[in-house]
Design a protein around this ligand. Structure first.
Ligand SMILES: NC(=O)c1ccc[n+]([C@@H]2O[C@H](COP(=O)([O-])OP(=O)(O)OC[C@H]3O[C@@H](n4cnc5c(N)ncnc54)[C@H](OP(=O)(O)O)[C@@H]3O)[C@@H](O)[C@H]2O)c1
Length: 378
């Protein structure tokens, strides 16, 4: 190899980089204009069908040598930055409601302000305060939603009564432990075997599960549930909600879990066949659903099942939404599967909570946008 030819190739790379840079900035400028239009018209920044269409035409036009999976990886970053730009320009240009999308303004708090919160440990990473506070403010509801990092769950439940906290979300690791500490449990939450929502009624605490509604919404955005076969990986709280939702809507399920005893116990509770995680390669179905935390930030290169497994399914769902597209979903997309993350599941469990607590229709688009914006910055 001569030094000359290496230098020539490097110069060619430089030219191409400058051309790419120009195109990326042109694309960004168009995104800003789209964001403004969306802001003015109250449209959601995140549009799953549009993003799917982008990946679709990229795959169609890709002539290599880059693989579609590699192109998707690059564009996933470009699209994520575009969403962030769109959110910022939508906020600049929209109605006053978007002023409330950020962190809490505490100047309006008074003795009459209703307090809501989330019980979990850890909770610092939770997007629920951001989402619910934005929703309260946009509808002019005198309420605030606070993260509570709980050390002692029993005392926290007593604190809800003592402090008259109107309602709370319950998250990891308390969704099942809370069952034995509250006064009433909704029939549905009993069947799911987990509670993610508390409501204070007088001095009585009622437990509800809204995760399953979010799960159904998320899956049905991808394929019908009725009569399709789902392979669900994981046997924790998220798996319970997903399994309950699919069963209720008439889907068939095979349960897969790493720990056999835990998997068998859950499978037996719902009358499902069980397969150990080590045997996932023998399975196939219409849709694979990951309900484990494997692949979640910061362990973004991990996958809950071996890579080749995804090609045995038409669709793949991952309940994780940080990163927005896990490695599992990227591999599935490269195999031509339909994919969905847990973003819609998260937003819609919150939308249902908001309806239960306030009796009002939740501002869904705003709730989506504030979470997306925050995700885009982490
Ligand atoms: N999108 C949403 O709205 C939403 C809602 C709820 C939860 N989630 C997400 O769902 C995930 C699970 O939450 P969860 O509350 O169900 O947790 P969980 O109750 O602790 O259950 C976790 C499950 O994942 C399995 N698991 C954990 N690490 C594993 C590994 N390295 N390899 C294989 N399996 C593993 C566990 O298997 P073993 O039984 O073998 O321990 C268990 O079955 C989290 O990432 C959470 O953020 C999302």
């Amino acid at each position: 190899m001569s030094k000359d030819s290496l230098n020539r190739l490097r110069l060619r790379i430089e030219d191409l980089d400058v051309a790419l840079l120009k195109l990326l900035n042109e694309r960004a400028a168009v995104s800003v204009r789209i964001g403004k239009l969306k802001g003015q018209n109250g449209l959601s920044i995140y549009d799953r069908s549009r993003e799917e269409a982008i990946y679709g035409y990229l795959a169609q036009h890709n002539q290599g040598p880059l693989k579609t999976s590699e192109i998707n990886r690059i564009f996933s970053e470009i699209i994520s930055v575009s969403r962030k730009l769109q959110s910022a320009s939508a906020r600049d240009d929209s109605e006053p409601r978007m002023e409330w999308a950020g962190d809490s303004d505490t100047s309006a708090l008074s003795g009459k302000t209703s307090v809501y919160g989330i019980l979990g440990n850890p909770v610092a990473q939770s997007m629920s305060p951001l989402m619910h506070n934005a929703a309260f403010r946009s509808l002019g509801i005198d309420a605030i939603y606070v993260p509570f990092e709980v050390k002692d769950l029993e005392s926290a439940v007593a604190g809800i009564r003592a402090l008259q906290i109107r309602g709370a979300s319950v998250t990891h690791p308390f969704k099942t432990r809370i069952l034995g500490l509250i006064d009433q449990i909704d029939v549905t939450a009993k069947k799911v075997g987990a509670v993610n929502t508390l409501v204070l009624e007088g001095n009585s605490i009622r437990g509800i599960n809204t995760d399953w509604t979010g799960a159904v919404r998320c899956i049905e955005g991808l394929l019908p549930i009725k009569d399709n076969h789902f392979v669900v990986v994981g046997a924790g709280g998220a798996a319970r909600a997903v399994i309950f939702g699919i069963t209720r809507e008439g889907g068939k399920i095979t349960l897969v879990n790493r720990t056999k005893d835990k998997g068998l116990a859950l499978a037996e509770a719902f009358g499902l066949p069980f397969v150990p995680l080590s045997e996932t390669e023998n399975l196939s179905g219409d849709c694979l659903i990951n309900t484990t935390p494997v692949g979640m930030y910061p362990n973004v290169e991990e996958m809950p099942v071996p890579k080749g497994v995804v090609s045995r399914y038409k669709a793949v769902v991952d309940v994780i939404y940080n990163p927005f597209k896990t490695r599992l979903l990227r591999e599935a997309e490269a195999e031509g599967c339909l994919v969905a993350n847990g973003f819609e599941m998260f937003v819609f469990q919150g939308v249902e909570q908001f309806r239960i607590w306030t009796g009002r229709q939740a501002p869904v688009e705003l709730m989506r946008d504030v979470v997306l914006e925050r995700l885009g910055t982490t």
